[in-house]
Design a protein around this ligand. Structure first.
Ligand code: ZN
Length: 434
């Protein structure tokens, strides 16, 4: 995952343009993405697909030929969607177009102006010292902004049912790692893992689209299908060292919300859970009132809450392989949970069945202590009345989902529990009771 970030990091992405295409081409070396091109001017609900933006070069040069700011050195130097400029201007005229971060003087800010025609250079505040109020400067932004396409990528992995699990990641940020390359590479890793999985209850749809306009476009063009989405996750900011943060779907009690809470609780490490709000990433679109899809946002440190956010400090040093790997593991645990959650029926519900004679006295699994294992057996037997799922048993008992799942499997093996789905064990599950 980290190597994929290294490959994607230099590419200048935006909400449209060749940087998006180059990014999707790199992803296509990992998974068989289908790439869609949607023409500028296409109406998508209350929005219109904008003109396509491409940039070749940009610089600010002194009259004697010294380049003070160069796009070649960092693609953050040019505000995304800047209109083309070629002019000689005084410092007074140039200064309103220079954006810096005075309180983080060594970092280059990341700025965009998608829907207002404007231009600017972003630079380290310390580099303002290179400019002189008396000099004139040659300013060049060799960009184009004209009718073209919005590009997104999609990978659909069919399962046993056409109920879908959506994984969505935005692809519109230039050289920034945590926001948003981390989300992209974790999504790719999940896609690869699920492709190799022998059986899938759900069908999986991976969407790699520019934020906001891309998600809106995808939903508008796929409106008849969005009702199939049973669970969904937006992945963003999953490569930093911070603890996990889950932002619930608008529904707040959807299975995806409960699954995330359960998995994070079972890990036994610090995490935080937030209620839905209509501010953030593309959950804003998926959770808009007409759709109200069960889609939450999975992050480590949330956007806007780490100093490097939307600056050049969100670089290859800011993300780390172990953080990416943990994020992938949590997502896989959530997927496992939802794949295997099921409703069971106790086949011996008249008083407690006798466990000892069936070898369920406590030695049926090596996980957890014997008392906890026995409690898992008792909870599964008691709540398996056909109206509780394994997840709801885990929630009510306070026990880890995997222990409840293993108890259910052990009980089904000795004929005390009826559930076809607990027999379905994915490759990540450990064999128990054998
Ligand atoms: Zn962002």
């Amino acid at each position: 995952m980290y190597e994929l970030i290294e490959r994607l990091y230099p590419i200048c992405r935006s909400i449209t343009g060749d940087g998006v295409r180059a990014t999707l081409e790199v992803l296509r070396t990992q998974i068989p993405l289908e790439i869609q091109e949607v023409p500028s001017g296409t109406a998508v609900f209350d929005w219109v697909v904008p003109d396509e933006w491409n940039i070749r070069d940009a610089y600010i040069r002194t009259a004697d030929g010294r380049r003070l700011v160069e796009f070649e050195r960092s693609n953050l130097h040019v505000m995304s969607y800047s209109v083309p400029v070629r002019a000689r201007m005084t410092f007074a005229d140039l200064r309103p177009h220079l954006i810096t971060l005075p309180d983080r003087p060594d970092w280059i800010p990341y700025r965009t102006s998608y829907y207002k025609r404007d231009w600017a250079f972003c630079l380290a505040h310390t580099d303002l010292a290179l400019f002189s109020p008396d000099e004139e400067y040659d300013v060049c932004i060799d960009a184009s902004l004209k009718a073209g396409h919005l590009t997104y990528g999609e990978y659909y992995l069919p399962g046993e049912t056409d109920e879908e699990f959506l994984i969505s990641s935005h692809i519109c940020h230039p050289s920034l790692c945590n926001d948003n390359l981390s989300g992209i590479v974790v999504a790719v890793a999940l896609a690869q893992h699920l492709t190799d999985q022998r059986r899938r209850r759900y069908s999986y749809r991976f969407v790699f689209a520019p934020a906001t306009i891309g998600a809106i476009t995808w939903i508008a063009l796929n409106e008849p299908r969005v009702g199939r989405i049973r669970h969904g996750l937006i992945l963003a900011c999953v490569g930093d060292r911070g603890p996990f943060t889950y932002k619930k779907s608008r529904r707040g009690v959807a299975d995806i919300d409960r699954a995330l809470l359960q998995v994070l609780r079972d890990r036994g490490r610090p995490y935080s859970v937030r209620e839905f709000s209509p501010y953030g990433y593309d959950e804003r679109q998926y959770c808009s009132p007409a759709f109200n899809l069960p889609v939450g946002l999975f992050s480590r440190t949330p956007h806007g809450e780490f100093p490097a956010y939307h600056t050049s400090a969100d670089d290859l040093n800011f993300v780390e392989p172990t953080a990416l790997a943990e994020s992938r593991e949590v997502c896989l645990s959530v997927i496992d949970l939802l794949e295997h959650d099921s409703t069971c029926v106790n086949l011996s519900p008249k008083c407690e069945p006798q466990l000892g004679k069936r070898g369920l006295g406590g030695s049926w699994t090596s996980d957890g202590d014997a008392a906890q294992r026995e409690m898992a057996i008792r909870w599964v037997l008691n709540l398996s009345d056909g109206s509780h799922t394994l997840l709801s048993i885990a929630e009510r008992s306070g026990l880890p989902f995997t222990l409840i799942q293993q108890a259910a499997f052990a009980l089904s093996q000795v004929g005390l529990l009826d559930s076809h789905n607990v027999h379905y064990r994915g490759p990540r599950e450990q064999a128990i009771g054998t």
